[in-house]
Design a protein around this ligand. Structure first.
Ligand SMILES: NC(=O)C1=CN([C@@H]2O[C@H](COP(=O)(O)OP(=O)(O)OC[C@H]3O[C@@H](n4cnc5c(N)ncnc54)[C@H](OP(=O)(O)O)[C@@H]3O)[C@@H](O)[C@H]2O)[C@@H](O)CC1
Ligand SMILES: Nc1ncnc2c1ncn2[C@@H]1O[C@H](COP(=O)(O)OP(=O)(O)O)[C@@H](O)[C@H]1O
Ligand SMILES: [K+]
Length: 491
């Protein structure tokens, strides 16, 4: 798992890497610059478009200077705009500055005229993880001017002005792309910063995962390579019992679609037997949607132990008479997945939280989450509250959205890397409930069911949206689930 290191620890991480590899800080900066340049030339094959690189006084500026040299040597048209007198700049900035070919134009910010050609690249190497206060003065002035340009804007490491682990105060660079070194900075995963970070590209500068883990605290970014060991593999003699018998409970008159989508998603995730409990008059609808789903009668709910996993809540309606929910939580001693109206019922009747089977998985979106924990003024506060909620209630809290976070009772938080904006469509969360319930039923631990669940769900959304874009609907996500296993070679 890729550790997310707090900004204030990055220079210690650098030092440890430098010592371990026996390299200099300048060589590390060269690796960072090379990583950026590889991405850039692969993405934009247009050396005729002028590139303006704005360099602050620290190592972020130093990266900009090194990138300027490398791109210039490849034939790109480069101009550098710097802020400070060289003597006020970091030593690696100075060393890179002294290596610049004399033919690169270098201008000072205070005399620079902001009249750029129509088609340009603007590279922000003003401030990186060393930012320690909101932008003001000439820095704010510059960023506001840059934001007004119509260029393609690229931030090095992090858009200048965004604090690496906190919430923006004031303004920051509006990047189309943020090319970040080795790991995403926590603040880049906050919805408040979506318009500033643009597309996030993580480039490898050679720091090992092991070293990152030494400096990381408890936050991780989920990557494809982390997934295989969390999956179960079945063998030639596996039978449908091995793939689990799951029960999805939800639906209410006029709202049966939600729980049926969860049930279909469980089938597509590989569950051997999928049962669905709908309110009495609606119970035959499941047969119309997928013949493979078995409708469960009220009387069969007496024998919950027959099921390997239960998911509850989509389309259910608030359970003001919570006696059934209470008895389910009391009787079923394996983890339960709770979503939607299951969560809303817990928010209204919080004493039920005490009955949660250990390691149950709750999957709120922001609104459902705030019903459970109270209002949050920003994402940092949401994450803190998610962590304490998970600890206090010994459950796994999946806070859904872009970069869905998974909080474990031991304090660890994982951030998902798959998914896109086209998944913001009715029923997409119900699909996630079905996927996670299916993994639990197949015998995955709650942690693995949660991590694999959000990853596959997001990937299915990405695959389905390739041709559908904003016309994608939740059923398209369900149909793309099998392809996620094929892509990841998990059979
Ligand atoms: N392992 C890695 O990831 C690697 C990281 N590398 C790169 O290093 C970057 C971090 O470099 P860094 O530590 O020198 O800090 P950086 O962001 O350049 O700024 C510090 C300067 O800004 C100033 N300052 C602060 N806030 C301010 C404000 N609001 N307004 C105005 N000024 C402000 C502060 O001065 P102060 O006034 O506080 O004394 C100081 O001079 C990192 O983001 C990445 O790009 C790579 O080179 C190699 C591998
Ligand atoms: N911009 C986005 N990027 C990535 N994933 C998203 C985005 N918007 C929504 N999603 C995902 O789509 C799902 C929406 O769930 P939810 O809000 O419960 O929808 P519904 O209630 O309609 O089923 C969540 O899993 C969420 O992570
Ligand atoms: K920057």
């Amino acid at each position: 798992m890729l550790s997310i290191i707090p900004g204030k620890k990055v220079s210690q991480l650098d030092q440890a890497h430098i010592q371990r590899e026996g390299i200099s800080g300048l060589e590390l900066m060269e690796s960072a610059a090379n990583a950026f340049v590889s991405w850039f030339i692969d993405k934009f094959k247009s050396p005729e478009v002028p590139i303006y690189i704005f360099c602050g006084p620290g190592n972020n500026g130093g990266d900009g200077i090194a990138i300027a040299r490398l791109l210039y040597q490849m034939g790109y048209q480069i101009s550098i705009i710097k802020f400070e007198h060289l003597s006020n700049c970091s030593s690696n900035f100075q060393a890179n500055f002294n290596r610049l070919p004399k033919t690169i134009p270098i201008m000072d910010f205070d005399t620079f005229e902001f009249i750029l050609p129509e088609k340009t690249f603007v590279i922000d190497a003003v401030l990186g993880v060393g930012l320690d206060r909101p932008l003001s003065g000439i820095y704010l002035d510059l960023i506001l001017k840059l934001n007004g340009l119509s260029a393609t804007k690229i931030a090095i490491d992090i858009p200048s002005g965004i604090p690496s682990d906190g919430v923006l105060v004031g303004d920051a660079f509006h990047a189309d792309y943020s090319v970040t070194f080795q790991f995403p900075k926590l603040a880049m995963l906050f919805p408040e910063h979506a318009l500033y970070t643009g597309e996030i590209i993580i480039v490898d500068i050679g720091i090992s995962d092991g070293l990152l883990n030494q400096f990381g605290e408890d936050k991780f970014f989920i990557q494809k390579k982390d997934l295989a060991i969390r999956h179960k593999f079945f063998h030639k003699f596996s039978h449908k019992g091995d793939f689990g018998r799951v029960l999805l409970i939800g639906g209410s008159p006029g709202k049966v679609g939600a729980i049926l989508m969860a049930s279909r998603a469980a089938l597509r995730t590989g569950s051997g037997l999928v049962h669905c409990h709908l309110p009495g008059s609606e119970s035959s609808s499941s047969l119309v949607v997928a013949a493979e789903i078995m409708a469960v009668a009220d009387s069969e709910l007496e024998m919950l132990d027959n099921f390997d996993a239960i998911g509850v809540g989509p389309g259910w309606g608030i359970q003001n008479d919570f006696s059934f929910f209470e008895s389910l939580l009391n009787r079923f001693r394996k983890p339960v997945v709770i979503d939607a109206d299951g969560l809303n019922t817990l928010a209204l009747y919080p004493h039920l939280l005490k009955l949660l089977p250990l390691q149950s998985i709750l999957t709120p979106h922001f609104k459902e989450f705030e019903r459970l924990v109270g209002d949050c003024s920003n994402h940092l506060e949401r994450l803190e509250k998610a962590r304490s909620f998970s600890r206090k209630n010994n459950c796994i809290l999946i806070l859904k959205g872009a970069f869905t976070s998974i909080s474990l009772p031991n304090g660890k938080q994982f951030f998902n890397s798959t998914g896109n904006q086209y998944m913001a469509t009715a029923g997409s969360g119900d699909v996630l409930t079905g996927i996670i319930t299916s993994f639990l039923g197949q015998g995955y631990s709650s942690e693995n069911a949660a991590i694999c669940g959000v990853y596959h769900h997001g990937l299915a959304g990405e695959l389905a949206s390739v041709s559908k874009k904003r016309g994608m609907i939740a059923s398209d996500i369900i149909e793309a689930i099998p392809e996620t296993f094929v892509q990841m070679q998990i059979f």
